[in-house]
Design a protein around this ligand. Sequence first.
Ligand code: PGA
Length: 263
Amino acid sequence: MRIPVIAGNWKMYKLRGEAERFIEELSRQITPAEGSDTLGSAPALKPEIVVCPPFTALESAVRAAQGTDIRIGAQHVFWEAEGAYTGEVSPEMLRDLGCQYVICGHSERRQYFVETDELVNRRLKAVLKAGLTPIFCLGETLTERETGVTFTVCQRQLEQGLDGLTPEQVAQVVVAYEPVWAIGTGRTATPQDAEEVIRFVRAQLSGSFGAAVGEKVRIQYGGSVKPENIKELMAQPNIDGVLVGGASLQVDSFAKIVNWRDQ
Ligand code: PGA
């Protein structure tokens, strides 16, 4: 059984005080998720809850999250451990702060900051080497979907992003399927469309790294996730969590997403 991962990506929002207040309030609103799922006898695993503030609010967020079930992630990282790289932040620095996750290859970075598959690959390797968990984002643009190359694009991003990783390393990665046309647009992929691509990604992982790895890797959906659609998304057999942008900025809506089983 895969433990669900619900992650919030704050992007370039929130100052330190806002981050602290958010985490304190979120920890009050999280409901325990032990017990069983409504339909079956399978135990309902408590989800991992991750919040990814901007670099400047990471330390405050880590402090506020101490003693809670909330984990903190960064939104970006450089691949070298140290050196003359003005403005960059290394995985070791993030670990030293108390971060446990790092988002790699987000489509906004691919779109605005010339993030290629090869650079995503370097980041993934460095993040894993530092003992952090990467949230590896991939997904097609609207034109790519409309021209019928969704699977080809996702396969390329997956293969090149994970190039040279061992099966043991791949098993640690959280993959986030985020169709670019669904990010920040209010237009969510249908649960069936998301499940179809995620099932494909899992099959690719099994083919390249072995069935056990394919079974183990957690794959999230991201793109206009909100309290109104979380339940249906989480009901899909291959969707193991979500990466939430806009709806993770308000504590009430993010708490509803984290507590989706209560709906
Ligand atoms: P959104 O963003 O939820 O605002 O669509 C998702 C993301 O960018 O990860």
